[in-house]
Write a protein that binds this ligand. Structure first.
Ligand code: 6R9
Length: 647
């Protein structure tokens, strides 16, 4: 077996859902006979009114829109719960593993999930929620977070999950943008032995978000919180007062299911909108195909529910497939770096889906923590969020999986709803670092800077040439921004913002973002967001932020800061700025380096040349690396930047 090629093991090929020929034939049909293919695939869902039409999308300005299964009717929560009740009502749907290994595990059967979701749905209705209303979910990783999503889906309300690590300021912006009327939260969250004051954060955010009139609070830790009369509702009290049944609201396939805010290259995060039919089909189909999911498997997606990965692969995909999905409250390396593998053994997990940043952090702690565990239950190992470096890939494969488990490197985005380019265990030979081949219906293309399609082995801009069911439908409240952001750089194609290489075997290798978005520990962040936070500080005149290679995080945040005229650079100010950004956005946006810069490299038209800032942050400061600086308004600023480089 060569170091960079891992053929499908024969025992896998013999029993997989799709083998190599099967995958190729399925893909060919998904392109050549797309409507028939997708109407057939749509039958994996339970429809109130089955669709008679599949794709009616256009990426062109004249008739622009993304639309799938538009005459179909269904309810997403009924697909994730009710339809399983007859056959597997007593099967465990959700296993909850708490932050502390000493705390009690919670398990919910499909029947119990049904009751919990119905009660919460009725509480939301009593709080005034109606079909189409926006409900923001700001929760720790507890089962009630999954119930919250499903309860919204049940009554046709649109959920917007805001990551529990975001600050009150970030929460307030997202509440106001989509005009949320209800927030579902918890008293506190728990992570790595610490508590996070979620309810207090909500209280602070609501001062800036008058649209919210009810707050439903889950008692998670029992920590003290202030409850405001008439506004705040304890879930456990209200749930006891309502019926344990709530009929699912019939929804059109194109009715919105959720909004999820994500970073782009401009300052304000966009509310990515997904709808009901196409999204659920995509989440459930990719969950089955990419991971060769089988009934009875215990599935663990170790993401947070605040990210799209948590939406599609903790909640919607696995539950639509009737799986047992594990939800973990904590972090992979607490109390020790063996924790993640101990959880695998404890619950006999078959598939784990995590991020390269977590793997790199664990790898650095050495193999003893791994060898203290068995991991014999594992069949498939998944990764997502950023390019996986071949070293981490090999460690995952040989040390964690002991050479037995295929590595499923799934490339996709919040915008795509689910995996787009990924291996399938029984069908795809693996190459460490490559996400391999497109999923059914996905037409990746590589374009040069002028938009010309490149054939064969090549490298350039990754675009998708047609729609797929899980594609986002709009940016909440700004349909024109949706069109401008994704369909104008290369007209008629969906621009991913990623660069990619395609090798002679047709395998795709994602090379990273080509826009001003950085990927820190698998979390997407617009450099502009961090810049906007910095310039809000009273000492700061101007800021420019770039990513730089970071051993664990993938990319770190490097900020160049120009101070106001009367301000002096100091270490105290540097610390203060780091703290400031953490408060404005949240700990995930913590700058790794702050360099005080009397001037930034700008062109005569005033545009910051980030190329130069990136090179300096990467430590590549030779004249050759920095390239042509002659178009700068003041080329001498570059010398000062090089001389004062941090780190
Ligand atoms: C699912 C998710 C999307 C961006 C995407 C790309 C990067 C995700 C990747 C990957 C290389 C992979 N990305 N998976 N890069 N290989 N397997 O992460 O969504 O948070 O929207 O980020 O993440 O740059 O464009 P999201």
């Amino acid at each position: 077996m060569s170091d960079d090629f891992f053929p499908v093991p024969s025992q896998w090929a013999a029993q997989a859902l799709l083998d190599r020929e099967g995958r190729a034939a399925d893909y060919a049909r998904s392109i050549e006979d797309a409507d028939a293919y997708w109407l057939e695939r749509a039958q994996r869902l339970d429809w109130i009114t089955p669709p008679t039409k599949a794709d009616e999308s256009s990426f062109h300005e004249a008739d622009f829109g993304v639309k799938w299964f538009a005459d179909g009717e269904l309810n997403v929560s009924a697909n994730c719960i009710d339809r399983h009740l007859a056959e597997r009502g007593d099967q465990i749907a959700i296993i909850w593993e708490p932050d502390s290994p000493d705390a009690d595990v919670r398990r919910y059967t499909y029947k119990q999930v049904h009751e919990e979701v119905c009660r919460l749905a009725n509480v939301l209705k009593d709080a005034g929620a109606r079909k189409g209303d926006r409900i923001t979910v700001y929760m720790p990783m507890i089962p009630e977070a999954a119930f919250a999503l499903l309860a919204c889906a049940r009554i046709g309300a649109i959920h917007s999950v805001v990551f529990g690590g975001f600050s009150p300021e970030a929460l307030a912006g997202r509440l106001v943008d989509c005009d949320s009327t209800i927030v579902i939260t918890a008293d506190e969250g728990r992570r790595a032995g610490k508590t996070v004051p979620l309810k207090a954060n909500v209280d602070a955010a609501l001062a800036e978000a008058p649209c919210v009139n009810k707050v439903v609070v889950v008692q998670a830790t029992g920590g003290a919180v202030q409850m405001r009369e008439g506004r705040d509702i304890w879930l456990h009290e209200a749930a006891a007062q309502v019926s344990a049944d709530c009929p699912p609201e019939p929804m059109n396939a194109e009715d919105p299911l959720f909004i999820l805010y994500t970073s782009g290259s401009t300052g304000k995060p966009k509310g990515v909108l997904h709808t009901s039919g196409g999204y659920l089909l995509w989440a459930s189909l990719t969950h089955e195909l990419c991971f060769d999911y089988r009934p009875g498997d215990v599935w663990w997606c170790a993401a947070d529910i605040g990210w799209v990965t948590g939406h599609s692969y903790i909640v919607y995909g696995p539950l639509a497939n009737g799986a047992t999905t594990l939800m973990y409250e904590g972090v992979p390396n607490w109390p020790t770096p063996a924790r993640i593998w101990e959880v695998v053994d404890k619950h006999q997990v078959h598939t784990i889906f995590t991020a390269p940043t977590a793997l790199r952090a664990l790898m650095k702690e050495g193999d003893d923590y791994v060898h203290s565990t068995s991991r014999a239950s594992l069949r498939v190992l998944g990764t997502v969020g950023e390019p996986i470096n071949p070293e981490a890939w090999r460690w995952y494969h040989s040390v964690i999986g002991e050479g037995r488990c295929p590595i499923i490197d799934t490339w996709w985005q919040t915008e795509t709803g689910g995996a787009m380019i990924a291996p399938m265990p029984g069908a795809t030979d693996l190459k460490p670092g490559s996400a391999t081949l497109p999923m059914p219906g996905v037409i990746p293309q590589i374009l040069d800077g002028d938009g010309a399609v490149q054939e064969g082995a090549t490298e350039g801009n990754l675009v998708i040439a047609g729609s797929w069911p899980g594609q986002m439908r709009t940016v909440w409240g700004d349909h024109d921004r949706f069109f401008q952001t994704y369909f104008t750089t290369f007209p008629g194609k969906y621009t991913t913002g990623d660069g990619a290489r395609r090798d002679a075997d047709g395998y795709y290798w994602i090379t990273g973002r080509v826009d001003d978005v950085i990927n820190v520990s698998g979390h997407r962040m617009g450099t502009a967001e961090v810049e906007s936070a910095l310039v809000l500080h009273e000492s700061v005149a101007e800021a420019a932020v770039v990513g730089f290679p970071h051993d664990i995080k993938g990319q770190g945040i490097y900020a160049y800061v120009t101070l106001n005229a009367n301000e002096e650079p100091s270490d105290d100010l540097r610390k203060d700025l780091v703290k400031w950004v953490r408060t404005e956005i949240g700990p995930i946006a913590t700058p790794d380096a702050i360099q005080f810069a009397p001037g930034l490299p700008k062109t005569r038209s005033g545009k910051i040349m980030r190329r130069i800032l990136r090179k300096i942050a990467e430590g590549e400061v030779s004249a050759q690396a920095l390239g042509d600086v002659s178009t700068l308004a003041d080329p001498s600023v570059v010398d000062n930047l090089v001389a004062n480089r941090q780190g």
